[in-house]
Ligand binder design. Sequence first.
Ligand SMILES: NC(=O)c1ccc[n+]([C@@H]2O[C@H](COP(=O)([O-])OP(=O)(O)OC[C@H]3O[C@@H](n4cnc5c(N)ncnc54)[C@H](O)[C@@H]3O)[C@@H](O)[C@H]2O)c1
Length: 268
Amino acid sequence: MNSDLKGKVAFITGAAHGQGRATAIALAREGAHIAAFDIAKQLSYPGYSMGSEDELQSLKKECEAIGVSCEIFRGDVRNDKDITPAVNKVKEVFGRIDILFNNAGICAYGLADELTEEEWDAMLDINLKGAWLVARRIIPVMKEQKSGVIINNSSIAGLRGMNRLCHYAASKWGLTGLTKSWAIELAPFNIRVIAIHPTGVNTPMNDGLAFLEGTTAKEIAERSAGNLIDVPWVEPDDVANAVVFLSSEKARFVTGSSFVLDAGLLTR
Ligand SMILES: NC(=O)c1ccc[n+]([C@@H]2O[C@H](COP(=O)([O-])OP(=O)(O)OC[C@H]3O[C@@H](n4cnc5c(N)ncnc54)[C@H](O)[C@@H]3O)[C@@H](O)[C@H]2O)c1
């Protein structure tokens, strides 16, 4: 256990399932209290399963069984009317926010000349603008504390091009830019900012993309990946372990950088 995470407070977006949930549980095991924020309803685009209210409730129970508190919030990272009350409630209950994991995101395939404006806007608004909308409300809390860590869940698509994923890649490169710019702005306040770049991860998103494409998750992984280490994908716990490390004092001088968790893909 990283004892320095005990009693810390982590605000996690997209926490109902997938990487957000795994990270919430990993941080809870380190003794951190959790604020879990998720849209918890279906979206017409991209059209695969989002998180649910039941998943948020079961996450709360799981965290409490571990021995930490968990506040759950249904909300959209595109909507400040959802974000501001959630942040205010977390401040009221816990008095602080130490870690922000900007993780909520969607993915879907489409060629540049076939995407609609609605699809483009949904991708950029959730994956990129949403991260800023949430951070905008949490940064002042961290500034006042003179401490904090913001981790933006980008992707290998935030460091390379991806076929039929230009809107996704643009959103993920955008997160890389946010990370570097915020690291400069926030270093004087002892706030670190890091982007993580996973290869394919075994989550409902992967299954959802397979569903949309009428194929298997393995075929989706093989299409975009080519990991050096012979695995189709990494597990949500691999991402969670990275976030635990990067949030901890063990990573105290890591800021503005890109943490690549790609089973070697980008080395090819
Ligand atoms: N799965 C992968 O292969 C992979 C690889 C690299 C990076 N990523 C990124 O990691 C992050 C997490 O992905 P995942 O694989 O766990 O996906 P997932 O679809 O399994 O989970 C995403 C969660 O985000 C929530 N969410 C979606 N839109 C939201 C919104 N507007 N407001 C609030 N919550 C919202 C969903 O309800 C869901 O619970 C995403 O940003 C994704 O782009 C995924």
